[in-house]
Design a protein around this ligand. Structure first.
Ligand code: ATP
Length: 246
């Protein structure tokens, strides 16, 4: 499959099926007696077959009710989950900022910065230079050598956002970034969004705030029960979502 130079993400026929165990073999005794009678599994299609093409430099909104498949779709696009069907092609360095997905909870903030930034293509020397800026922006000076499993979800999100901003990810998946962190951090995140930094970046913004989506997203995708119902101009997507009673 070929991908044009101006495309950041091209997904064709992608879907995601989770297999949920329905069994009651949850005790050792049950498991032993049922060795040759494996637990039954139920198929659940969290993302139904869809195509999606996002251009470089676009800021895309992703909206839908709880459980409609937004986070699963983002994880498929970011390569966190393998797709059940279809293909995803990416041009650029991506970073997923979804409350620490992609970061290792057993490692410290310092270690996670070095790992994430090197995944983004930076050398150790380059990371040394921006290390303090990342920590200061995230306001985590006192927690540099703390394992992030002890961080609050807001602290993890701040760290992820700061790495992406300062280490130069060119495709960013932001899952509710304006809803985490305290007021001061949210203001900082908004400032970044409104600065020239955003120019040329590709952003996929998952949000339950229609104001945020209206303000920053040129096009928006609306999901319902795992299906992509609409992908086009933001005002139509927001209208469809707000009128939706299914
Ligand atoms: N790892 C998993 N295993 C099994 N089912 C899952 C898994 N992850 C998500 N699901 C299911 O897939 C469906 C879609 O979940 P998803 O988190 O993508 O929705 P969402 O639109 O992001 O919701 P929210 O707005 O609440 O964040 C839900 O029914 C959820 O229970």
């Amino acid at each position: 499959m070929s991908i044009d130079k101006d495309i950041a993400i091209k997904a064709v026929g992608i879907s995601k099926v989770f297999r949920l165990s329905e069994d009651s073999h949850n005790t050792v005794k049950h498991r032993l007696f049922n060795l040759f009678n494996p637990p039954r599994t139920k198929r659940f299609e969290a993302v139904k077959r869809l195509d999606l093409e996002i251009k470089k430099g676009e800021c895309i909104g992703l909206i839908g009710r709880n459980g409609s498949g937004k986070s699963t779709l983002v994880k498929l696009l970011a390569g966190v989950y393998p797709v059940t069907t279809g293909t995803v092609e990416i041009q650029g360095h991506t970073l997923l900022m979804n409350l620490g997905v992609g970061m290792s909870h057993a490692l410290t903030a310092r270690e996670n910065i070095y790992i994430s930034a090197s995944v983004l293509g930076l050398s150790i020397k380059e990371i040394d230079k921006i290390f303090d800026t990342i920590i200061e922006f995230a306001e985590l000076q006192e927690f540099v050598d703390t394992k992030i499993q002890f961080f609050s979800s807001g602290m993890v999100a701040r760290l992820g956002f700061s790495i992406a901003v300062n280490a130069g990810a060119d495709i960013m998946f932001l899952d509710e970034i304006f809803a985490v962190g305290d007021l001061k951090f949210q203001e900082k995140a908004i400032k970044v969004f409104e600065s020239s930094w955003i120019e040329g970046k590709t952003v996929i913004l998952v949000s339950h705030s229609m104001d945020v989506v209206r303000k920053y997203c040129g096009r928006t995708a609306f999901m319902r029960h795992g299906s992509l119902v609409y992908f086009g101009d933001t005002s139509t997507a927001v209208d469809l979502y707000t009128q939706d009673n299914h």
